[in-house]
Design a protein around this ligand. Structure first.
Ligand SMILES: O=C(O)c1ccccc1N[C@@H]1O[C@H](COP(=O)(O)O)[C@@H](O)[C@H]1O
Length: 214
């Protein structure tokens, strides 16, 4: 089966086009003001129009309140919500119910015990995303370009599909896929020149490397 590829934190039509030209399955828009990749609802609407039906649009939020979720659903019309904060299983279920959108819950991983948390989220999320835990003192809960020990995911058996993220880049994504057998990968920092500044060449190289590994 083909590996799903998500390019996250896109902020310009040019980089959205680069992701689509490379064959990305999902493009991620970040709604988190502290992130250098943050977009407003208006910017997101324009990017959503650029994407059309050529890929799935993923709206990334961090402990979002209902007003923000409603605005994203009604105005941006994403295909999937990525919940990248401290949302409990109950909150994930409530968001899914309220918005009517499928949700992907991100879980921070640093050791095997972190994977046990997936059991509580699998019944309420449509998809899980395993990311590295942020380094101490980090401003962002994700998008830090930090990897975790991929061997923790080897042999993982979950009732829901999952994606891998955290410190992936064009040079290591093939190895990450070989180790984890993840059905999908997600990247942000690893395809940038600087935080928030996506590089079309690195986007293309990442997608090619992920596809080549499949
Ligand atoms: O990208 C961001 O700015 C971001 C902000 C807040 C939460 C998550 C964020 N990005 C997600 O983090 C992971 C890993 O990113 P990286 O490739 O290590 O930079 C990825 O799932 C992004 O969607």
């Amino acid at each position: 089966m083909t590996t799903l590829v998500k390019i996250c934190g896109l902020r310009t039509p040019e980089t959205v086009e680069a992701a689509l030209a490379g064959g990305a399955d999902m493009v991620g828009l970040v709604f988190f003001p502290r992130s250098p990749r943050n977009v407003s609802i208006e910017e997101a609407k324009r990017l959503r129009a650029v994407v059309g039906d050529r890929a799935a649009v993923v709206a990334l939020v961090v402990d979002a309140d209902d007003a923000l979720l409603d605005a994203i659903r009604d105005e941006v019309r994403p295909d999937l919500l990525q919940l990248h904060g401290r949302e409990t299983p109950e909150r994930v279920a409530a968001i899914r119910e309220r918005t009517g959108l499928p949700v992907m819950k991100a879980l921070g991983v640093s050791d095997a015990a972190d994977l046990a948390r997936a059991a509580a989220y699998a019944p309420v999320a449509d998809r899980l995303l395993f990311d590295a835990k942020p380094p101490q003192g980090a401003v962002l809960p994700g998008g830090n370009g930090v990897a975790f020990d991929w061997r923790l995911l080897a042999g993982l058996d979950l009732p829901k599909p999952f994606m891998l993220s955290g410190g992936l880049d064009p040079g290591n994504v093939a190895e990450a896929l070989a180790v984890t057998r993840a059905p999908g990968v997600d990247v942000s920092s690893g395809v940038e020149r600087a935080p928030g500044d996506k590089d079309p060449e690195r986007i293309a190289a990442f997608i090619k490397a992920a596809r080549g590994a499949a």
